[in-house]
Design a protein. Structure first.
Length: 143
């Protein structure tokens, strides 16, 4: 019996919508990472990009539990001396909730080129509306 290996011709991509309202940021990000990677499919192949498209709505209503809003920091560095910028997640979630959700999903993906391709299929919106209704996305229950 031969082992099935997915390739571009055999991959069928579906669209999923995840509502992040009232759900912890990490739970939503973990579910999105599994769908983007394709690990929920029976024909999952680790060395092939066989994931689906994921649309996350209501990213501004995602919840950070515990002391994360005050203690967790988003850090960037310009590359110059003294170029470190730090922003608390409370401020980041208020100003750029799409960035916070994208960073959470990116952190849960493996660090390789397949994941970088897969992150292009992630669409994050702060509000409840999105512009991908023509693809007929399937709404996932966020438990």
């Amino acid at each position: 019996m031969s082992t099935f290996m997915a390739n571009k011709a055999t991959i069928e991509r579906k669209w999923y919508v995840i509502d992040a309202a009232g759900v912890p940021l990490g739970h939503t990000a973990a579910k999105a990472a599994v769908l983007l990677r394709g690990k929920n499919k029976t024909d999952f192949t680790p060395n092939a990009d066989c994931g689906d498209f994921v649309v996350i709505v209501n990213a501004d209503k995602a919840v950070l539990t515990g002391k994360k809003p005050e203690q967790k920091m988003y850090r960037t560095h310009s590359g110059y001396v003294g170029g470190l910028k730090e922003v608390k997640y409370r401020i980041l979630m208020a100003e750029k909730p799409e960035l916070a959700m994208t960073l959470a999903v990116k952190g849960m993906m493996p660090k390789n080129t397949i994941s970088r391709w897969a992150l292009k299929r992630l669409k994050v919106y702060a509000g409840p509306t999105h512009k991908h209704s023509a693809q007929k996305p399937e709404l996932l229950a966020n438990d």
